[in-house]
Write a protein that binds this ligand. Structure first.
Ligand SMILES: [Ca+2]
Ligand SMILES: [Ca+2]
Length: 224
């Protein structure tokens, strides 16, 4: 699926402008609509309505969507109110030995991506590797691929064990939360999350590295 960096740059700048605009809305009647929460699912109610390839499991006493390895999962959110921007927020959990950017034909890159209504809006890599002076597999997140950020940059939680290969080792599940905005004005949106993980030397690649989702929220906005 073609990646369009210009669209993301537009989205980021629009997001910043929108935040500034919304801040100014709080005290003055400026005529702009605040964002409207139209969908929120943390999977605690076991709700997989409108999902494709959705499945749940329990990890660290949280119910998560997953886990996935070289797969996509989608949810369609119908009946959106009138709007011209959609903001999708995802809490992503990366489990076990994600290898980030390096492209040596065996372990990476380990890509993760998000598609909104058929358009790829985010493609990045994650790394759970140690990072010392002699060894460090860097990741692109929180930027789009390719950037050389340290492993776990931008994480909201890093102190969890892995799920499978490193289930007995702390700091091998890393949690992130991020939002993406797109121009959008139809009455439903399809959100697709997926990965292209590479681990050709493992007898069980899904145990070597996988991901799950703790929460998805969708807001609509009208920017005048
Ligand atoms: Ca790995
Ligand atoms: Ca890998």
């Amino acid at each position: 699926m073609p990646f369009k960096p210009s669209r993301v740059i537009f989205s980021l700048s629009l997001f910043l402008a929108t935040v500034a605009s919304l801040s100014s809305c709080q005290d003055t009647a400026c005529g702009c609509d605040p964002e409207t929460l139209v969908y929120s699912n943390d999977f605690s109610k076991l709700n997989l309505e409108n999902f494709e390839n959705g499945r749940l499991f329990v990890f660290q006493r949280d119910t998560l969507l997953g886990n996935y390895h070289n797969e996509e999962v989608s949810v369609t959110v119908p009946n959106l109110p009138s709007h011209n921007i959609v903001k999708v927020t995802v809490e992503l959990w990366t489990h076990d030995s994600w290898d980030g950017n390096p492209d040596e034909g065996i372990s990476g890159p380990d890509f993760w991506y998000m598609v909104l209504d058929g358009q790829e809006v985010f493609r990045t890599t994650f790394s759970n590797s140690p990072c010392v002076s002699t060894f460090c597999l860097r990741q692109s997140y929180p930027d789009i691929f390719f950037r050389q950020n340290d492993p776990k940059t931008g994480a909201i939680r890093t102190n969890l064990p892995g799920l499978c290969l490193f289930s007995a080792t702390p700091n091998y599940t890393t949690v992130y939360s991020f939002s993406k905005l797109i121009e959008h004005d139809t009455d439903s949106i399809k959100i697709t999350l997926g990965d292209e993980l590479r681990q050709t030397n493992s007898p069980n690649p899904k145990c070597d590295e996988s991901w799950s989702v703790g929460k998805i929220t969708v807001h609509t906005l009208t920017v005048l």
